[in-house]
Design a protein around this ligand. Structure first.
Ligand code: ZN
Length: 126
């Protein structure tokens, strides 16, 4: 599905955030919008001595959302400090799924587009 102006704004928010917060520990920013129109953001945190314990940017944004008692994501995106859109990893897909079936913004050679999370993890409930 084609992205709209709101999706472009989310991408821009995520990219601006990580460009501002980039460090040895953080290279990815995420922005999500809930179904009630609130926007939450986060950056990843690398765990240098134990990579599997690192926290993805999507997790950080979801943590903020959950702390505010918002429960349903409408759209989510993750962008690197280089401006590349990243698909959510498997761990994030499972986490995002607990908060609805949102649009996930992705990118192919011909530009950004969005799909429902269920398209990324079909049969997730099995
Ligand atoms: Zn992840």
């Amino acid at each position: 599905m084609e992205i709209n102006d709101q999706d472009k704004e989310l991408m821009s928010i995520a990219e601006k955030l990580i460009k501002k917060r980039k460090s040895d520990l953080s290279t990815v920013g995420s922005a999500l919008m809930t179904t009630n129109g609130e926007i939450y953001t986060g950056v990843n945190i690398e765990q240098i001595h134990s990579s599997p314990c690192s926290m993805c940017a999507e997790y950080a944004a979801i943590g903020k959302m959950h702390s505010k008692a918002d429960q349903e994501i409408e759209t989510i995106v993750a962008v690197t400090s280089e401006g590349q859109i990243l698909p959510p990893c498997g761990k994030c897909r499972e986490m995002i799924r607990q908060f609805g079936n949102p649009y996930v913004i992705l990118k192919k050679e011909n530009g950004p587009f969005k799909v429902r999370l269920n398209d990324l993890i079909p049969y997730w409930e099995m």
